[in-house]
Design a protein around this ligand. Structure first.
Ligand SMILES: Cc1cc2nc3c(=O)[nH]c(=O)nc-3n(C[C@H](O)[C@H](O)[C@H](O)COP(=O)(O)OP(=O)(O)OC[C@H]3O[C@@H](n4cnc5c(N)ncnc54)[C@H](O)[C@@H]3O)c2cc1C
Length: 375
């Protein structure tokens, strides 16, 4: 697939890490709903927590294709870990792209080292697919902003030390959304309910409640009113990351299904000798590879300096829906065993569904694709 030697090396290193360090702890972390913090620290040592940070602040500043490869391989290990990493990367991207020199100097070197962990707080209880409907407000008072409101579904909500927050500087004006960097230990900022989820159970998803939280005006990223376009810009790259994770998860399920079909015998022969099963595997392989090609095309579009909006939405839509299909078939090929926690495909299936929902649902991706096609 025309990867450079460096990209191949990074991909292979992260695959090895995913297989040796992430996958072995995945079932227990899922069961306990605990994030593997040791794995996070090891990823930081590999430089992965600084992928979207310029080299002058200690980051790797990788191109989008390399970012995609890393996301694919980490998700091959466990989707919860890949999700936490990609949200941390959204936060570092916001600071790297929109921060001034002081803000970058203050936050990025430590985030590259993995601590503090970053969160990206856009969604609210009543504003998901349309974040312009948010009601969280940041009022200017002298040299400070005072923040009130509630954010919902925040990945790394409990773990994070830094929150990139989107709030309105004029509650009634949808165009007034502005970005802020808020330290998690700010007075008045509380971690609320931790969600009990179908899948992605090792990744913490919480509400964040802001009650008269005061931050210096110096914590505002870019000018007032530029937040929503900044969020959409960052999320376009993020969607390529989620598409990549969907590919990695589907590949993991396919590999398990291939191995199981060769091992398990029924009617006196391996499942892999039954035509119906062979066709299932052929469909799965085709979907995984098609999703990978769309995803890499989106990444390359961005790396060429072109707008990847439509390519990113096509990749995210197709790869996430394919991950649901492929993990479903992987469970089917495992029969009853696939329905138990003794086999990884059970977790893969539960984890896969979120990829069609976060960072823009499949319906929203189709809206974006149609808009690019027609308007
Ligand atoms: C585990 C998890 C982690 C998350 N992490 C984060 C995070 O770190 N930061 C963050 O800010 N958010 C995060 N989210 C939020 C996520 O991005 C939203 O859940 C998602 O954008 C959908 O919003 P919603 O849940 O409010 O659904 P709604 O917007 O209420 O949508 C409900 C349904 O209606 C459909 N729909 C809505 N509008 C339209 C339309 N115009 N056309 C067609 N169909 C439509 C949707 O596709 C969906 O099927 C996370 C969510 C989850 C579940």
């Amino acid at each position: 697939m025309n990867l450079s030697e460096e990209q191949r090396q990074i991909r292979d290193t992260v695959r090895e890490f995913a297989v040796e360090e992430i996958r072995p702890v995945a079932a227990d972390c899922d069961e306990d709903q605990e994030f593997p913090e040791d794995v996070w620290d090891e990823m930081a040592e590999l430089g992965l927590t600084g992928m979207t940070v310029p080299e002058e602040y200690g980051g790797l500043d990788v191109d989008r294709l390399t970012y995609s490869l890393v996301n694919e391989e980490v998700a091959y290990g466990m989707l919860s870990v890949a999700t936490a990493l990609s949200v941390h990367s959204l936060a570092t991207s916001c600071i790297a792209e929109f921060g001034d020199d002081d803000q970058k100097e203050r936050w990025l070197p430590e985030m590259v080292d993995g601590r503090p962990v970053g969160a990206f707080a856009l969604s609210e209880p009543q504003a998901g697919s349309n974040p312009a409907e948010m009601t969280t407000e940041a009022r200017r008072e002298g040299d400070e902003y005072v923040i009130d409101g509630k954010k919902q579904w925040i990945t790394n909500g409990k773990r994070a030390g830094v929150v990139v927050l989107f709030a309105k500087t004029d509650r009634d004006d949808p165009r007034s959304v502005t970005q802020f960097v808020v330290p998690k230990d700010a007075d008045g900022l509380e971690v609320g309910k931790k969600e009990d989820k179908l899948g992605l159970r090792a990744s913490d998803t919480t509400t964040l409640v802001f009650d008269d939280v005061r931050v210096p005006a110096a914590n505002r990223l870019t000018e007032e009113g530029r937040g929503l376009s900044a969020a959409f810009h960052i999320l376009t790259g993020g969607r390529i990351g989620i598409a990549s994770q969907s590919v990695g998860l589907a590949q993991a399920a396919l590999d398990e299904a291939v191995a199981y079909a060769q091992d398990r015998e029924q009617f006196g022969k391996p499942l892999a000798d039954i035509q119906t099963i062979r066709h299932k595997l052929a469909d799965m392989q085709t979907k995984v590879q098609a999703a990978r090609l769309l995803t890499r095309d989106a990444a390359r579009t961005e790396d060429r300096g072109e707008t990847p909006e439509m390519a990113a939405s096509m990749a995210k839509y197709f790869a996430s829906e394919s991950a649901v299909d492929v993990t479903n078939e992987a469970v089917q090929i495992h029969g009853g065993y696939g329905y138990t926690t003794d086999f990884d495909v059970e977790r893969f299936y539960r984890d896969s569904k979120i990829t069609t929902i976060y960072e823009g649902t499949s319906e929203i991706q189709k809206k974006v694709i149609a808009r690019n096609l027609l308007d």
